[in-house]
Design a protein around this ligand. Structure first.
Ligand SMILES: NC(=O)c1ccc[n+]([C@@H]2O[C@H](COP(=O)([O-])OP(=O)(O)OC[C@H]3O[C@@H](n4cnc5c(N)ncnc54)[C@H](O)[C@@H]3O)[C@@H](O)[C@H]2O)c1
Length: 323
């Protein structure tokens, strides 16, 4: 048995398989266990990636097919189980709504959480499956699992897209951009531009210095939300950005980075929420999972959009809640 950090990936379809690729490339884990309801898929992925670790200069990570008993000594569990929106379904209703997955993926998350919590209560569980915020609420409120250890990638991915857009418009590296999307991972996600910076400068300051058009929150918010569909309608799924986001969060846990990231958790005792909904807000992520939320200042537009987002998530959650 390999010693060192242990990652379990549950669901190794398009997204889980990219998570696996980034995880092996990063070399952060000594052992990676794969669980999928389709055992041919988990077996094939495990064999393929285990063989790939023979290629220099990759590390000798053990990649194995597994069942839920592997969760017992996991440090991080990443969940990408359950279907995505099918391009055919999206075409027939004219939109690819993540919320349309609630009915099919709520039972998947209940099955996955039952499997995990039968074997561990100490691994950080990072959820990817959509509708993300609803699934985080189910996992966090219906199971006796430490809440701080359950979180979703949430708007970490949307924030990466936002940083990329601001970087492209200002002509600087995304590394120099500090900016978050907040709220629902979905249509109502909104940009937190009042406190976005480029190289420490506010957006109005950098726009003036570079003599570029001012950033408008409605326009840029729509550009970020649409960015997912630009990928989806051409490639038919999205996987790279989300996989990198999930692995970045796993790294924050394994290396106890205390990084500030917009992750999805039950909002409780922050910005007027009392556990009624899960959505993405800036939080400190380290070895103990989501260690604390930051009570951020919001302007009127941001406050209004946070309320819209919370209402949207809660409505979908109520449609699949088990009372
Ligand atoms: N949060 C995000 O930003 C984000 C981004 C992209 C995709 N997603 C979501 O990630 C999920 C996976 O997307 P995908 O494109 O990889 O789908 P996919 O259909 O390619 O893969 C899903 C995998 O889950 C497995 N699975 C299904 N039910 C299971 C169960 N009960 N237990 C274990 N495994 C199970 C399937 O066999 C399959 O291998 C979808 O819900 C999708 O919407 C989220």
């Amino acid at each position: 048995m390999a010693h060192g950090p242990h990652l379990v990936i549950i669901g190794v379809g398009h997204v889980g398989s990219d998570v696996l690729t980034y995880a092996t490339t990063l070399g952060l884990f000594a052992r990676i266990s794969l669980i999928d309801i389709d055992q041919d898929v988990s077996k094939g992925q495990a064999l393929d990636h285990h063989q790939a670790t023979g290629v220099p200069p990759m590390l000798s990570t053990v990649v194995e097919q597994a069942d839920y008993t592997a969760c017992a000594d996991a440090d991080v569990i990443i969940v990408a189980a359950g279907p995505s929106v099918s391009p055919a379904a999206a075409e027939s209703v004219g939109t690819a709504s993540r919320n349309s997955l609630a009915e099919i993926n709520a039972p998947v998350i209940r099955q996955v959480m039952a499997g995990i919590s039968a074997h561990t209560h100490s691994a950080a569980v990072i959820l990817i499956t959509n509708p993300l915020d609803v699934n985080v609420h189910i996992a966090s409120t219906e199971f006796d699992y430490p809440r701080s250890l359950i979180f979703g990638t949430g708007t970490a991915l949307d924030s990466a897209r936002l940083r990329r857009i601001i970087a492209d418009r200002t002509g600087v590296s995304p590394d120099s951009v500090q900016a978050f999307m907040l709220g629902e991972h979905g249509a109502t996600a909104f940009p937190y531009l009042s406190h976005a910076t480029v190289g420490g400068l506010t957006l109005p300051e950098i726009s003036k210095i570079l003599d570029i058009p001012a950033f408008d929150h409605e326009e840029i918010g729509k550009a970020v939300v649409d960015a997912a569909f630009d990928v989806f309608y051409s490639k038919k799924w999205t996987s790279s950005g989300i996989a990198r986001s999930a692995i970045a969060l796993a790294r924050n846990v394994v290396l106890d980075q205390k990084a500030v990231a917009p992750v999805c958790t039950v909002a409780d005792g922050v910005l007027g929420f009392h556990g009624e909904v899960s959505l993405s807000l800036p939080a400190i992520v380290g070895a103990n999972g989501v260690e604390r939320h930051l009570e951020i200042p919001l302007d009127d537009w941001e406050t209004e959009h946070l309320t819209i987002s919370a209402e949207s998530v809660r409505r979908v959650y109520d449609s699949v809640a088990e009372h």
